[in-house]
Write a protein that binds this ligand. Structure first.
Ligand code: NCD
Length: 532
């Protein structure tokens, strides 16, 4: 085991799997490599000596540039390179991704899997499943690199795009003004810009797309959260008339293969509004430069061929950078590069399970809970269910608590006035026979009815009281699922990937709290994650 840099075994499922310092390191290494090649210097620091490193290319969706640049990059590195033939593989015999990868993992000591799939979040899911497997057999953790997953992300395209911008800007990172145009709705390369542009200190982004192809709101929000100035326009004509036009433009193709019929029918008109015309040339700022992840549509490109030989053409050099940045990235995750890295090593958030707080119980506390036919002598009372919400919502929440926790027992419940004000209501459930409520139940309850309290009653007295707030992470329950049909964890795919959600806001008691799917990153209002 020769190379074990700080990035060895790292998975890159989204741009943020490399922290900003780490991304800058990737760009620095790429630059050094290009210089070394230009000057005919020794390239061995960029090659792996280990003969037992393998790179598997698994492309389950079409690709030319990404696949070929990765294949050539892996060969440059000196890794064993395998192009997985999806058409004749056991995927067609209904084998799960995890099972297939486990087998391929067993063929070498260090493995990197580069995967393109229409299933969103596939690399994150495999990272989880295969790390566990590698640990159980004492092997090295494999890396998974997302080469494009549905309309989610395309982190390695992002790295080559940012590298190309930096190269053009002479490595100045103080400010970037970029126009993103084309299909901002389905295009994963523009979604990855939300995080990739963070390497610049000041970011101005102009989004130019008709409404049907507009950037999804949650990405726009994230751009604003990252401090970017964002402006939106419906067409290139409207944008060029705005008076503040970016010097850097990033075009994208209409992703026809991802569109539903309703949008597909309107494609020609939609394309027209984001296609550059000859008469627009005079309205560009001096030194403007155009980029495109490619491929462009041969019949109706949004950046037409009359631009090809103009100094505006930045996309050819950009495309070549795919090769160099991917050599550097593979070098990092195989552990070959990284020994000279001195920045912060990116660490994932650790979730503190602080959603259960024991509250003090006044000594000799009287039995307050007289809900139902008679007061509770022995058992559990759940109070403050959906407190402050509309009465109908409180009833629904009571129903959800019962069904999800399987509380099919002798009990009573109701909606009552809260002591917080005359118009404030809450739900209460009393469960006289329930004497044990384990940690798992408590977590479930916290995740269905955050803000409620659970009282343990013994001999007519409240002996324990717990205040429950929204857990930071919800997983491991049979009654939850991601509602994005393209997500790897969606039940329809039967990939054996357990759903997992991470809390977005820091306001745990808020009923509008949003949870993000750990795999595809789709946002869900918290009640939507439950299947009931
Ligand atoms: C992009 C992709 O596949 O998302 N292409 C690429 O990787 N070079 C963009 C596209 O297909 O339009």
């Amino acid at each position: 085991m020769k190379h074990q840099g700080p990035f060895a075994g790292r998975t890159v499922a989204v741009v943020n799997d490399l922290g900003p310092d780490e991304q800058l390191y990737l760009y620095r290494k790429t630059r050094e490599l290009k210089e070394a090649v230009r000057e005919g210097r020794d390239l061995s620091p960029f090659r792996i000596e280990e003969k037992d490193a393998q790179v598997y290319l698994i492309f389950l969706e079409d690709s030319t540039r990404t696949r070929e640049s990765f294949r050539n990059a892996a060969e440059f590195l000196g890794a064993r390179t395998n192009v997985f033939d999806a058409a004749t593989s056991s995927f067609n015999k209904n084998e799960s991704m995890t099972d297939t990868i486990k087998m391929l993992y067993g063929y070498a000591e260090a493995s990197t899997f580069v995967i393109r799939s229409k299933l969103e979040g596939v690399c994150r899911a495999l990272e989880t499943n295969l790390s566990r497997y590698a640990e159980s057999c004492g092997g090295r953790r494999p890396s998974f690199i997302n080469a494009g997953d549905g309309k989610h992300e395309h982190p390695t395209q992002e790295f080559l795009d940012e590298y190309s911008f930096l190269e053009h800007l002479d490595w100045r990172r103080d400010h970037i003004h970029l126009c993103l145009t084309g299909d901002l709705y389905h295009g994963r390369t523009v979604h990855s810009k939300v995080e990739g542009l963070r390497v610049f200190k000041e970011v101005e982004v102009d989004l130019v797309a008709p409404e049907l192809l507009g950037m999804p709101t949650h990405y726009v929000e994230r751009m604003k959260d990252n401090g970017y100035q964002v402006r939106e326009y419906e067409s290139l004509d409207e944008y060029l008339a705005s008076g503040r036009v970016a010097p850097l433009w990033y075009f994208t193709r209409l992703q026809l293969e991802r569109m539903g019929d309703a949008v597909l029918d309107k494609a020609p008109a939609l394309r027209h509004s984001v296609t550059f015309r000859q008469d627009m040339l005079g309205r560009l700022p001096e030194g403007a430069r155009f980029y495109h992840p490619l491929p462009r549509d041969r019949l109706s490109p949004t950046n037409p061929t009359f631009l090809d030989d103009l100094p505006l053409n930045g996309w050819d050099a950009q495309s070549a950078n795919g090769y160099w940045t991917r050599i550097a990235l593979l070098g990092m995750v195989t552990g070959r590069l990284g020994s000279d890295y001195d920045g912060a090593v990116y660490e994932r958030t650790n979730y503190v399970d602080d959603f259960v707080r024991e509250a003090p119980v006044a000594l000799g506390s009287k039995p307050e809970y007289k809900v139902g036919i008679k007061p509770v002598e022995e058992g559990i009372v759940i109070d403050h269910i959906a407190s402050g919400e509309a009465v109908g919502a409180i009833w629904n929440n009571i129903d959800a608590v019962r069904r999800i926790l399987g509380l099919n027992v002798r009990s009573s419940h109701g909606v009552f006035h809260s002591n917080k004000g005359p118009e404030v209501f809450k739900g209460i459930m009393s469960l006289p026979d329930v004497t044990s409520f384990d940690g798992r139940d408590l977590k479930k309850l916290a995740a269905i009815a955050p803000g409620c309290t659970l009282n343990l009653v013994k001999d007519h007295k409240v002996v324990r009281k717990y205040r429950l707030s929204m857990p930071p992470r919800i997983y491991g329950f049979g009654e939850i699922s991601c509602k994005n049909p393209a997500c790897i964890s969606h039940p329809s795919h039967q990939e054996g990937v357990g759903p997992e959600f991470l809390r977005k806001e820091e306001e745990p008691g808020n009923p509008s709290t949003t949870f993000i799917c750990r795999y595809c990153e789709r946002e869900h209002p918290f009640r939507e994650i439950w299947d009931i």
